[in-house]
Design a protein around this ligand. Structure first.
Ligand code: SF4
Length: 337
């Protein structure tokens, strides 16, 4: 179900835009749909036909997704979320009231360092299922920022992701710059985002400044050179007023060399953006390794010293083996045993 389906259903029952907006706001807040205000109950706001349909609407919304398990970590709790057809995605409760949501079950991009990429694309996550992840998290604690960085490539599920962003930015009480669309880069994204009434901030997964290596690491990403990606990002940053977050998963001996640092300076110095280096979360048997702490410090100091604002980020939940898609992978394996 997409949000527009629910909207049409409510409109057919006689709900006016003001009623539909209220139902969306109450649902997205994590409250029961029949919640009223201090002075008035929900029934005072809604036509009889809509009131009578509320139990069925509530059941449909509650049936979208449920939390299958929760995995605490020092930097954020991971929620394994089960969708109505039994498929599973992950959401991560981030520090400072942030939430990372998934936009696809699996992913077609196939990044070589990513667990989700190994399964390929299984199916799209609908806008309602994306919003349901926010609702489930809000039943636990406040959510003031949503990043679309979980399982999946948002650009490959653009209509659903943009619909979810629009709802969160209009009825979901989240500031537009606190909605972060994360992508490996796709020209359709740069065409679509400037046209939205809710313009999210943008995170671009760069990972290397070498076009050939990027094609190897991100085998089914759109063919855009790092130079073009940064150009497109810069244009959007100037248009939206939000700096681009350039993402760089740091892989020992692959993209942590001095040649890459020189290229980063050439690409990003003077740009309206910040570079997030994310040291790879290596597990036993992985093809890639995390650079030594000294090297990570050296990289950050070198880039800072040469005018590139650089931050080290850790993927949330890594101390519970929770790299992107790993919880889902473990749950699938457990089901098969
Ligand atoms: Fe897909 Fe992101 Fe994983 Fe790449 S890192 S395979 S884009 S989920």
């Amino acid at each position: 179900m997409r949000f527009s389906d629910l909207d049409h259903r409510l409109a057919a029952l006689g709900a006016l835009p003001v009623h539909r907006g209220r139902i969306a706001r109450v649902w997205l807040s994590g409250q029961p749909l029949d919640t009223g205000t201090r002075r008035r109950q929900a029934k005072d706001f809604l036509p009889l036909s809509v009131r009578e349909a509320l139990p069925a609407v509530t059941a449909a919304l509650d049936g979208l997704a449920c939390i299958r398990s929760e995995h605490a970590g020092s930097d954020g709790a991971r929620l394994l979320v089960e969708l109505a057809d039994g498929q599973m995605v992950e959401s991560v409760l981030l520090p400072r009231d942030g939430l990372c949501v998934s936009t696809q079950v699996g992913c077609a991009v196939g990044c070589r360092f990513c667990m989700t990429g190994k399964s390929g694309l299984i199916r799209q996550v609908s806008s309602m299922e994306i919003l349901a992840q926010v609702v489930l998290a809000r039943r636990q604690r406040p959510v003031k920022k949503v990043v679309f960085m979980g399982m999946g490539e948002p650009a490959h599920n653009l209509d659903n992701v943009l619909e979810a962003i629009d709802l969160l930015g209009t009825e979901g009480n989240i500031g537009h710059k606190n909605l972060v669309f994360s992508t490996v880069g796709d020209r359709r994204v740069f065409e679509a985002l400037p046209r939205q009434r809710v313009k999210p901030a943008l995170a671009l997964s760069l990972h290397t400044a070498k076009a050939g290596l990027r094609e190897h690491l991100l085998p089914r990403a759109a063919r855009i050179t790092p130079e073009e990606l940064v150009e497109l990002g810069e244009r959007y940053a100037r248009d939206s007023g939000y700096p681009i977050q350039y993402q760089w998963t740091l892989l020992k001996g692959v993209n942590d060399g001095d040649d890459e640092l020189d290229a980063i300076v050439r690409l990003l110095k003077g740009r309206f953006g910040v570079l997030n280096v994310i040291p790879f979360n290596s597990l036993e048997g992985d093809d890639y390794q995390r650079p030594e702490p000294d090297r990570i410090r050296e990289i950050v100091q070198s880039l800072h010293g040469r005018g590139v604002l650089t931050k080290v980020r850790n993927s949330a939940g890594q101390d519970v083996d929770g790299g992107c898609g790993q919880l889902r992978a473990r749950a699938v394996v457990a089901q098969q045993v």
